[in-house]
Design a protein around this ligand. Structure first.
Ligand code: 13P
Length: 249
């Protein structure tokens, strides 16, 4: 069975003072059924790893470079993230695709590098509002899945996050049926490409304005294996009820 995953993406938020939130989560959720992941900014990874070493929280990074090392000022390699305490890396988030013009091929190359370094990958995809309104959502998802996910994945080291761009940070959430449709489609496409056994093991997260108030309903959708949470993961007070809702499924 797939282990549920409650993942928090802190984006460009958090300084040393916020490590206390991770400490609180680790203390509160000892014995959690779900896997709990926080992806803080890279500057906090190492210190966070000292807090999470023995507890229920695992750590992720928010991006990596496709190369192992070299002349890439300001970039961070997958091996460096692993060394700093990450066991996952989020790749292809729509904010990276938008802010840094990352293409599917870039995301795929980064994913291969991350997997090669021993990280698990959370590959993000999702449609813009115009694409949803034009009825193109599944076409967009199909092409992002084909282009962003490399061939060398296994069911255990791949997580996919469906994040409709128009739902991120907006308080707008697709209908439960719309989320279910995309997640079912993702599972079917994964099965076509990687076979049933691998497809069954891949965790599919929903992301976009997940809050305590909507988490329970979203987690009850078949093929939703957890969430990738932005704003509501920044404090233990906000994230804890979401984790509890996932544990209760
Ligand atoms: P919000 O939960 O703030 O909408 O962000 C979602 C997201 O982008 C997680 O990666």
């Amino acid at each position: 069975m797939r282990r549920k995953l409650a993942a928090g993406n802190w984006k460009m938020n958090g300084t040393s003072a916020d490590l206390a939130q991770i400490e609180t989560l680790a203390r509160t959720h000892v014995g959690a059924i779900s896997e709990i992941l926080i992806a803080p900014p890279a500057t906090l990874l190492h210190r966070a790893s000292e807090i999470t070493r023995t507890g229920p929280v695992t750590l992720g990074a928010q991006d990596c470079h496709a190369s192992g090392s070299g002349a890439h000022t300001g970039d961070i390699s997958a091996a460096m993230l692993l060394d700093a305490g990450a066991s996952y890396v989020i790749l292809g988030h729509s904010e990276r695709r938008g802010d840094h013009a990352e293409q599917d091929s870039d995301v795929s190359a980064k994913a291969s590098a991350a997997l090669g370094a021993g990280l698990r990958v959370i590959i993000c995809m999702g449609e813009a509002l115009q694409e949803r309104e034009a009825g193109n959502t599944l076409d967009i998802i199909a092409s992002q899945l084909a282009g962003s996910v490399p061939d060398d994945v296994s069911g255990e080291n791949l997580v996919i996050a469906y994040e409709p761009i128009w739902a991120i940070g907006t308080g707008k959430v697709p209908s439960l049926a719309q989320i279910g449709e995309v997640h079912d489609f993702l599972r079917a496409r994964l099965e076509q490409r990687f076979g049933a056994q691998t497809a069954r093991a891949v965790r599919l997260l929903y992301g976009g304005s997940v809050k305590a108030a909507n988490a329970e309903q979203i987690f009850a959708i078949p093929n939703v294996d957890g969430a990738l949470v932005g704003g509501a993961s920044l404090t233990a007070d906000d994230f804890t009820p979401i984790i509890n809702a996932l544990d209760a499924i």
